[in-house]
Design a protein around this ligand. Sequence first.
Ligand code: NAD
Length: 333
Amino acid sequence: MSVKVVVNGYGTIGKRVADAVAAQSDMEVVGVAKTRPNFEARMALEKGFPLYVLAGRESDFKDAGMEISGTVEEMLNEGDVVVDCTPGDIGAKNKPLYDAADIKAIWQGGEDHELAGISFNACSNYDEAFGCDYARVVSCNTTGLSRILSTLDAEFDVGKVRATLCRRSADPGDVKKGPINAIIPELRMPSHHGPDVKTVLKQIDIDTVAIKVPTTLMHVHIVNVNLKQECTSDDVTDALAENPRVRLIGDGMSSTAEIMELARDMNRPRSDMWENCVWEKSISVSDGELYLFQAIHQESDVIPENVDCIRAMTELERNSAKSIEKTNKAMGM
Ligand code: NAD
């Protein structure tokens, strides 16, 4: 059985989700939706994805010489599941469209947990999404934190978590956002990221603070975790090494710039780094307190999670580890 997937919103996340779905043997892309006839729309056509548009915008695409297959509403009739990758808060407005088309829907981290009722991370709560109609794949930061915390909790019983998030200011292709020469502290304490982790891992006691830094490449997390079971730094390193969505970083990589260079050297599509990159040397346990640094590629860590979420919701695979393995293999991870 091949599950039919449509992608509504073909920007940073949407175009990556479409490629990742197209790489799987048990699902296919039957439509992507764009608002404007730009270079991304033309690339979608060149990749062979049927292109759908907002009702009323058909002539914009025809004038640009782009062949369209219909409107967003028509696209929804073609799919078993829609992955909404529109900007934050727009996805919520699309819910009535999805309900009218009787299609399963996945939203991204820019939407509130309450919209879907299930916030998803494959390593943490795959089973919760099994067979469900709505889910939200959590943000890049929440995905990065959930992956390591679910592993640490299973192995060492996590107590209090404190994390400082140094967030990239904009994605590389984003010409509108900044700052380009300032650091902006988020003055709300704790930042919204901690409560967001609890939508996935309800049992975790976590506080987060955040600053925005002038970079486009990756986020960096400084993580402190109280571990209730006695363990050493090596035990934590071994446990994280077992997580198929965590990459231990060494070999002279001292910055996010070098991690992105590694992704380019690996010929990763769009130089994406889908895994959490944990600096192995930073993993340090003393008196039950773990400290580590990790880098998160904001444009891509949620992409394999969307694929697993489709598999869980459409009941293609019961077992989370098997789905993660299938997804990783097909994407070349
Ligand atoms: P984006 O702006 O790069 O892409 C959004 C796309 O949706 C654009 O192509 C836009 O034209 C299109 N769009 C706008 N309104 C639309 C509508 N009504 N119908 C169909 N398409 C519409 O945004 P993004 O960065 O891909 O973010 C999408 C979602 O993913 C957001 O919820 C965001 O919070 C989340 N997310 C983003 C990142 C990231 O770093 N970029 C990481 C994780 C999660």
